[in-house]
Write a protein that binds this ligand. Structure first.
Ligand code: AGP
Length: 604
């Protein structure tokens, strides 16, 4: 989703902005642009497509003096991905970049057009710069005009604005979309949508709160809160070790991230397991006092991991658990009772819909917990408690290692609760902990397995659809397998509970319908196999994934013999991820940045 960067200082502003935007590339975008104000003059460049196009356009441009610069990668919401719609948007003497959505843009635009303002783009963002310049005409100074403008906007935003009237200043505002500011000993000021562009450039960062607005120049950092009270910035140290963003010899980040799963799962387990209990130092057990129900809320892949949690929480800890898609939960006027622990799950911690459900739960007085991969993200800062997944930066838009670590955290949490609630015997908990320790080994990608999947993938490049089927915990895995395939192959795929196929979808069965059947040995094997046989009998092409030979399969991916179904779960997760990857590679798609998708979905 859109990314913002800003810089105020004396270095090569163009380079800093472009480097910052590169760090945000993984969020997904379809155009990009920068505007730099130096010596009282603006230079602005925009390009559709990848950042190399913008680099090409700016190759003759350098800045070696004090400058105020803003940059943006755009993921289209209002208006097509064209150069005119790319940010920064220009007024008579100002430029603006914006993430989020201005909900009342249509009415503001109409009023501005009635006063003779001409709009160049179809975006909601452009109203900000024109409204600001309109307000500049009556305001005492540019900051007053900016403040008034922010007060007139409805919706979600992270905004940076630069104007010739105050040539050494960047104005900013944040509400609902992430933004932070960084500083360093050289008196430079940086802005970005996440901390990655700032690592290595800044020593300290201030994460803006919703409703914050203000300005920075060489001498000042001025911040106001949503009630208009001046506030001090709250700087915290920024990590100095930029986690490796390189592909390390892999063809794609997604591939690297699939291979990394063994290591990151080991990291997620580190220090959290003893012989007979799960140690989650980051949460106080009082979080669960008075709790009779757990509600999980998330989007996409994180929603699928939440579904796995619902099986484990009920099975192990005997707590009533429900799972909701965040975008649905928001508007259906849900009943929220205070004996419910509200849990949000998010790789990024910034997904707009999930973040809003967290705010709703907080407002309703519920206790809240976030399972997240990004420390200091909006959700981590808002929730009462958080458990970090330690997957490291995930760059591939199609989530892999984040999902794996989320499931591991949920499994640990279910055992933690089982002990607390006395719902599993001590030996059972110890036995499961021993299995948990085996998970990193179960997700090591073996060459033979990867080669087999590579070879098989050529048979699955067409057809009229895929059904991924599984039972129990393998149903959310089937959903996740189908989502992975859809995202990067653009082939139609659905995840289905194996037992549901005969209630309708089996009507689609024919040789061009591909069924990917998850057949674990240790969880409802016979039942799952019967369901796959029903499809085979109706001529669907079956690709079975199982440790047990299945003679009705057209293709068979043999997984290892494991002692526990969760180890089968993780190995099968690997298989469906690799299968999607190899199909996508054969189709010539952009694996890491699939069309129409964004890594961090910060609009609803
Ligand atoms: C995963 O492959 C997707 N790109 C997407 O479904 C993602 O999981 C979803 O947008 C939620 O993101 P989050 O975990 O950062 O909240």
């Amino acid at each position: 989703m859109c990314g913002i960067v800003g810089y105020l200082g004396k270095k090569n502003t163009k380079e800093i902005l472009l480097e910052g935007l590169k760090e945000l590339e993984y969020r997904g975008y379809d155009s990009a642009g920068i505007a730099v104000l130096s010596d009282g003059e603006f230079s602005s460049f925009k390009a559709v497509g990848k950042l190399v196009n913008l680099e090409e356009k700016t190759k003759e441009f350098t800045t070696d003096k004090f400058a105020a610069g803003i940059g943006h990668t755009r993921w289209a919401t209002h208006g097509k991905p064209t150069e005119l719609n790319a940010h920064p948007h220009v007024g008579a003497s100002s430029y603006v970049v914006h993430n989020g959505i201005i909900e009342n843009y249509a009415e503001l635009k109409k009023e501005l057009q009635n006063t003779g303002v001409t709009f160049l783009s179809q975006t909601d963002t452009e109203v900000i710069v024109h409204q600001f310049e309109k307000n500049q005409q009556d305001a005492a100074n540019s900051f007053e005009a900016f403040k008034k403008t922010i007060g007139e906007l409805e919706g979600a935003y992270a905004i940076l604005l630069v104007t010739k009237a105050e040539p050494d200043t960047i104005f900013f505002a944040k509400n609902g979309s992430p933004m932070l500011m960084g500083i360093n000993a050289e008196n430079e000021k940086y802005f970005a949508s996440s901390d990655t562009p700032l690592i290595g450039q800044c020593s300290d960062v201030n994460y803006f709160e919703d409703g914050d607005y203000g300005y920075v120049n060489a001498d000042e950092i001025v911040i106001f809160d949503k009630s208009g009270n001046k506030k001090e910035p709250h700087f915290t140290k920024l990590a100095t070790n930029k986690l490796s963003a390189q592909k390390d010899g892999y063809r794609f980040f997604m591939e690297k991230e699939i291979y990394e799963q063994s290591t990151v799962i080991a990291d997620t387990l580190l220090g959290r397991l003893s012989e007979d209990s799960v140690i989650l130092d980051e949460i106080d057990s009082s979080l669960f006092e008075g709790i009779n129900e757990i509600k999980l809320c998330a989007c996409g892949t994180s929603y699928h991991s939440a579904l796995t949690a619902s099986y484990m929480f009920e099975r192990h800890a005997k707590v009533k658990t429900s799972v909701e898609v965040a975008s649905e939960f928001r508007y259906r006027e849900p009943i929220m009772t205070k004996d419910t622990l509200f849990v949000v799950i998010s790789q990024s911690g910034e997904t707009a819909d999930t973040l809003e459900t967290l705010k709703m739960a907080k407002a309703a007085g519920l206790k809240t917990l976030v399972i997240c991969n990004v420390d200091n993200s909006s959700m981590v800062r808002i929730a009462d408690a958080s458990i970090l997944t330690r997957a490291g930066i995930e760059k591939g838009v199609a989530s892999t290692k984040a999902f794996a670590t989320q499931v591991v955290v949920f499994w640990m949490l279910s055992l933690y609760l089982a002990k607390r609630n006395n719902t599993l015997r001590a030996e059972e908990i110890a036995a499961q902990i021993a299995v948990l320790r085996e998970v990193p080994k179960s997700v090591i990608v073996e060459d033979a397995m990867h080669e087999r999947i590579k070879r098989l993938s050529k048979r699955y490049l067409h057809g009229h659809g895929f059904f991924f089927i599984g039972r129990d915990l393998f149903y959310p895995l089937a959903l996740e397998g189908a989502l992975k395939l859809k995202e990067i192959s653009y082939l139609h795929a659905e995840g289905y509970p194996s037992g549901e196929m005969k209630h309708g979808p089996i009507a689609l069965a024919d040789p061009e319908l591909f069924t990917i059947a998850l057949l674990p040995e240790h969880l409802l094997y016979e039942k799952s196999r019967s369901n796959a046989e029903e499809l085979s009998a109706r001529d669907s092409t079956i690709c079975a994934i199982s440790p047990i030979e299945f003679d009705k399969a057209d293709d068979f991916i043999k997984t290892k013999k494991h002692s526990h179904y969760m180890l089968e779960f993780f190995e099968m997760m690997l298989v469906v991820q690799l299968l999607s990857l190899e199909i996508s590679v054969r189709l010539g798609n952009d694996v890491d940045m699939p069309r129409n998708l964004a890594k961090s979905v910060t609009v609803e």
